[in-house]
Design a protein around this ligand. Structure first.
Ligand SMILES: Nc1ncnc2c1ncn2[C@@H]1O[C@H](COP(=O)(O)OP(=O)(O)OP(=O)(O)O)[C@@H](O)[C@H]1O
Ligand SMILES: [Mg+2]
Length: 502
């Protein structure tokens, strides 16, 4: 066998109280896809960032083709042929798609002055990831799925020998994810070595040659994919049994929480919907179908051009998120960094941000009460948090998501809009989120659950509303719906079936 191409030996990395990597050994060689798995906070992103020169390890050694190397900064990694797509995208909203791709690229950067040349340069890479978008369009105007594909196209443009993909499909639909998996297989064929970080077992077993499991910063196992299984991998990751088949089993209540009549916005056309108390209505649709637009409209983030609604029996037409919160609506956004979290501030501050008005007595915030509420809510989500005073930016991706969920649960909303709540959340935590949804439903909360994972929608919803280009193309009973039905409604291929009673 040729020398393994990138080798990590005894890599240790500590952040204050957290031992993120504990003498980890790992390698990836040319022509293989090596999946890296583990629960939220296991150390996957930290290891990827060490290899990409973003973080310096406290101790241990990196070898490239058998020889020790120092990778002191990202530019050095790029020069060595190592590309990375970060879990939390590092793109600039103020720049165009092509400019984002060219930034830091050894040859393309000088094309900056010539828009047309820059666009021509970027186009083939964008095509490869399946994007037809104009390269000159500002990144800030794109969906998070598009941004994720742009980040991948940027890595491709480096023609890296090694590619580190940290949850590259977390914001993608299954269709786009499938295309990416094919691309990964092509790159392997062409001789690239790929580190693939994901929580999606299906993806691992489709593309990976080897599977490494980390737990709490330690290396647990490395196996050939053909010698292991999904169940074994999960067991190694979590060290406990996980029920991945739980379904929602309580019936919705009789009273209606939300009605929406003929709601239109810039991106939505004539939406009609009803959600009962305790009912989970899944919202399916391709990227750009209006899934997020609906959440944003209901949460007062996007002006309504027409339509009426009631929430908990009161007329409802929020003109701002503050009004929405007051009326009992909560919204967990898809883009947690852009819209959800204040990264530099503490976990405590983030989690209590939506209930501060309730915690105030005069000019003072009742700290002890804040601490207790936040701590209890975070415990329910089983978030792994070093301290409530830690900045949110120091948490792993999945734990950031749990802080955001806790923030909205603390408002005890009558209506909760969850926009892809398990994005980037590990398999154990996913089961936790499912349990939380079930408990909220049993407690009478009305829930709209947008997700790009159809099995998730089918299991957790009572009914599923399918959107296509801003319109409702069908509402299905989840118990009898199939993925194919949802897909054909989502792509606008079928005539809508007769509406079913809520
Ligand atoms: N900049 C930082 N400062 C402090 N602690 C950090 C920092 N980055 C990571 N950590 C901690 O190191 C541990 C490993 O984090 P890492 O992001 O590598 O996890 P992960 O396996 O990628 O998880 P996820 O699946 O949630 O993305 C976590 O406990 C995290 O809180
Ligand atoms: Mg991570």
């Amino acid at each position: 066998m040729p020398p393994a191409a990138i080798t990590c030996r005894d890599i240790t990395k500590r952040f204050d109280r957290t031992l993120a990597l504990d003498r980890v050994g790992f390698s990836v060689h040319a022509g293989e896809v090596h999946a890296l798995c583990g629960e939220n906070g296991a150390g996957k992103s930290t290891l990827a960032r060490v290899i990409a020169g973003v973080l310096r390890p406290d101790s241990g050694q990196l070898l490239l083709d058998g020889a020790p190397v120092e990778i002191a900064h990202p530019a050095r990694a790029r020069a060595l042929g190592i590309g990375i797509v970060f879990q939390e995208l590092d793109l600039f909203n103020g720049l165009s798609i092509a400019e984002n791709m060219a930034l830091g690229h050894p040859e393309a950067e000088r094309l900056f002055v010539n828009r047309r040349k820059l666009a021509d340069w970027s186009r083939p890479f964008l095509r490869r990831v399946g994007l037809q978008t104009d390269p000159g369009a500002p990144l800030g105007a794109q969906t998070i799925a598009t941004a994720q594909l742009v980040a991948i196209a940027r890595a491709l443009a480096l023609r890296a020998r090694f590619l580190l993909l940290d949850e590259p499909t977390s914001a993608l639909t299954e269709e786009a994810a499938d295309r990416l998996l094919n691309l990964v297989a092509e790159l392997r064929q062409a001789g690239a070595g790929i580190v693939y970080v994901t929580h999606k077992m299906r993806e691992i077993f489709r593309v990976a040659d080897r599977v490494t499991v980390l737990r709490d910063g330690a290396h647990v196992s490395t196996k050939a994919a053909r010698d292991t299984s999904i169940d074994e991998t999960i067991a190694l990751m979590v060290g406990r049994a996980i029920d991945t088949t739980a379904r929602i089993d309580t019936a919705p209540r009789a009273d209606i929480a939300l009605t929406v009549k003929n709601l239109s916005t810039r991106r939505l056309k004539n939406i009609n919907a009803t959600v009962r108390r305790g009912e989970v209505v899944g919202v399916a649709g391709l990227v750009g179908s209006g899934r997020s637009a609906l959440g944003q409209a209901l949460f007062g983030m996007e002006p309504w051009t027409a339509g009426r609604a009631t929430l908990a029996g009161q007329p409802y037409r929020p003109r701002s998120p503050d009004e929405a919160i007051l009326a009992g609506c909560a919204y967990l956004p898809e883009d947690r960094r852009g819209q959800g979290l204040f990264l530099q501030t503490s976990v405590r501050h983030n989690a209590s941000a939506a209930i501060l008005c309730r915690l105030r007595r005069g000019p003072f915030v009742r700290r002890w009460q804040e601490t207790k509420l936040v701590r209890d809510e975070l415990a329910k989500t089983r978030a792994k948090i070093p301290a409530l005073s830690a900045p949110v930016s120091a948490l792993s991706g999945g734990n950031q998501q749990k802080v955001l969920l806790a923030k909205w649960l603390l408002t005890r909303p009558a209506l909760l809009y969850l926009d892809d709540p398990t994005r980037g959340v590990d398999i154990g935590a996913k089961a936790d989120v499912y349990k939380i949804i079930a408990a909220l439903s049993a407690g009478g909360t009305a829930i709209l659950l947008a997700s790009s994972e159809m099995p998730e929608l089918l299991r957790l919803s009572h009914r599923i509303m399918v959107l296509h280009e801003g319109r409702v193309t069908g509402v299905l009973a989840a118990a009898t719906a199939t993925q194919e039905q949802i897909m054909s409604l989502a792509t606008g291929m079928t005539q809508p079936p007769p509406p079913i009673k809520p």
